[in-house]
Design a protein around this ligand. Sequence first.
Ligand code: ACO
Length: 429
Amino acid sequence: MSDTAKLILGDKTYNLPIITGTENEKAIDITKLRTETSFITLDNGFANTGATESSITFIDGEKSILRYRGIPIEQVAEHSTFVETAYLLIYNHLPNKCELEVFSKSFTEQAMIHEDMKNFFNGYPSGGHPMSILASMVCSLSAYYPELVKPNPSKEEIDLCVVELLSKVRTICAFSYKKSIGEPFIYPRHDLRYVSNFLNMLFSSSNRYYDINPIIVDTLEVLFILHADHEQNCSTSTCRLVGSSWANLFASVSAAICALWGPLHGGANQSVIEMLQSIIADGGDLKKYINKAKDRNDPFRLMGFGHRVYKNYDPRARIIKKKAYEVFNKLGINDPLLDLAVKLEEQVLKDEYFIERKLYPNVDFYSGLIYQAIGIPTKMFPVMFAIGRLPGWIAHWVEMRENPKSRIGRPRQIYIGNNETNYTPIGNR
Ligand code: ACO
């Protein structure tokens, strides 16, 4: 194939460079399109637009492939830990023993949040959604740690900011939960590792000792790993876009958390459980809900199905489904919602509407069931997703800031409003 694409506009032909990625993905480089032709491209939802070149994550949605820094997700999920995966995504290689030890140790050192920040939690009404608390608190880190938010940080300053954020987010998430149920905060412990420490802050209380269950720790490690990155999804693109103005890492991640919250993205795990519960409450008639999802005049969608990129089974959903059975068996749980979810999946995968549109269960379809089984309350589900996705947001922010070709993100538009219209005074001045 030629290394240029030809664009014919009227009687002029323009040669546009073709870019090829390491997995042979092709793109037409339109960087100079507007300058040379005065045309722009229009791409609703950016479904065909590459915003950047990136070396972090590779997805082939047709073949169900997901790789972090080249390593298949199945291998990472089976062998790695969340902390090691975070290192892999951010620093572009698996850490050796010493690097991993230093990285893990710095999480323990940075786990506390500024004591004054605790007062900030009190400003929230109890019952407030923990995602709103999380987003504000992460942005507030910029105010409490001003030394970390210089517009042009050095490599060392970025490294420090990265561990501060990864470690403190876990504490903030646990505190947000405690706030939302009106219980006193439990501080991070020096002797516990990342996931165990989080579980302890979540479930211990001043008069109740939480017995850390290794099955639950292992399950959460896997769930966090599976969520750790997914290239240019809505929240990661938000993080990059905000960071492209040289906004600091805390502010950029706070924006990503808000983007993640939406039910079409990371809020879907909460919506799946609510959907399954309402199907049961309504008599368990799956056909009725499948038909509702297919009805163009009904806004209802089957939550946990469909994906912009995967047009075949989401590889993360396959791992999570297996994990769900494993955890339920080991913990001796019999959950009618899991049975309903499996039946729903079976019916959907046979239905012409879903087959035609290549709609399969996504990562969020089974994750909520596991969170529920291990005692995580429904409104914390998107928060769990946020903890998992944090290394990805950070890796992309760092990649963008280190790339000398990065420019501020600023899409164009096609204006379809009024032509020039005179102001008509109504006499208020
Ligand atoms: N239920 C019913 N129909 C659906 C669903 C669904 N869950 N998802 C897509 N469709 C239909 C659409 O109505 C559309 O039909 P049409 O061609 O007749 O108009 C077609 O499939 C294509 O759907 P789009 O909305 O154009 O697909 P898009 O790529 O824009 O959206 C998305 C992807 C947002 C994930 C969508 O599938 C959806 O809303 N799913 C439910 C929410 C969800 O599970 N989100 C989590 C995504 S994974 C993640 O963020 C971690």
